[in-house]
Design a protein around this ligand. Structure first.
Ligand code: ARG
Length: 271
């Protein structure tokens, strides 16, 4: 690079830093040799990992496309922040490791913000408040809540907060067995086949399952464990985290979030 252009670059850099300091967290203007970096940034496609077995947050449509609230919300955030994303399907219990080894950049998978996970990854602000509930087969009359799980076989998706709860109930000497299965649809089938007695899972997902498959399973007892969902990124990616948080705040402020919420969580949503 020639000396003059170096000087120019330095000058522009100082100017852009001043501008940056002056006007809060608005996007930085491209300056000098940052143009190259900018192009690189534009070319970067952030890989979003999800486990699409969790409607209405993420599932696969008849053509194999990954769809759902998390996907639409991530896309809205990405559009707002001018970043490009690509969604990939993974096992739920492989997501955090995938973030750790860099094979994905973002987790968007109805993932609850927990103290244990916060030791390994960073989460955005909460974008959804959920919790757990208990489902049993429609014809079951003996389990009416958490107090009726003594000696029972419980099922949950492996690696989830529901799985932790099942395991806890076994460890406490209450439940007989915790079956930790690959996804919640398998758990629900086990319930219908009598291979387990109760499924512990996230409230909105179990409710969605019941709407989509009426008359086979039902919710009993109280909801428990209020949980907040966040998008996760590597602890090494604070800029990406800041972008996701800024984008989330913007799509909440401009009504996009509410539109998506209405699309997925109203009566009309579960066709
Ligand atoms: N919210 C629960 C958790 O974080 C379950 C999430 C499962 N998500 C999924 N896409 N299968 O453990």
């Amino acid at each position: 690079m020639k000396k003059t252009s170096k000087l120019l670059t330095a000058g522009l850099l100082v100017l852009s830093m001043l501008a940056f300091a002056g006007c809060g967290n608005k996007q930085e203007a491209p300056a000098g040799n940052e143009a190259g970096q900018q192009a690189e940034q534009q070319a970067k496609v952030y890989v979003v990992g999800t486990n699409p077995t969790f409607a209405p947050f993420e599932s696969q449509d008849d053509n194999g496309n990954i769809v759902g609230f998390d996907i639409d919300l991530m896309e809205a955030i990405a559009a707002d922040q001018g970043i490009e994303i690509k969604v990939e399907s993974l096992e739920f219990d492989a997501l955090i490791m995938a973030l750790g080894n860099g094979s994905i950049d973002i987790i968007a998978s109805g993932m609850t913000i927990t103290p244990e996970r916060l030791e390994q990854v960073d989460f955005t602000d909460s974008y959804y408040t959920a919790g757990l509930n208990i489902a049993v087969a429609e014809e079951n009359t003996t389990i009416n809540g958490i107090d009726d799980l003594k000696g029972k076989v419980l099922a949950a998706q492996i690696g989830t907060t529901g799985a932790l709860m099942c395991q806890q109930l076994v460890d406490d000497g209450i439940a007989k067995e915790a079956k930790l299965l690959a996804d919640i649809n398998i758990c629900m089938l086990d319930l219908q086949n009598g291979a387990c007695d109760a499924v512990i899972n996230d409230i909105p997902v179990t409710n969605d399952y019941i709407k989509a498959n009426p008359g086979v399973v039902k919710v009993v007892g109280e909801n428990f464990n209020a949980e907040e969902y966040g998008f996760a990124v590597s602890k090494e990616a604070p800029e990406l985290l800041a972008k996701l948080n800024a984008g989330l705040a913007n799509v909440i402020a401009n009504g996009t979030y509410d539109n998506l919420y209405a699309k997925y969580f109203t009566e009309a949503a579960a066709e």
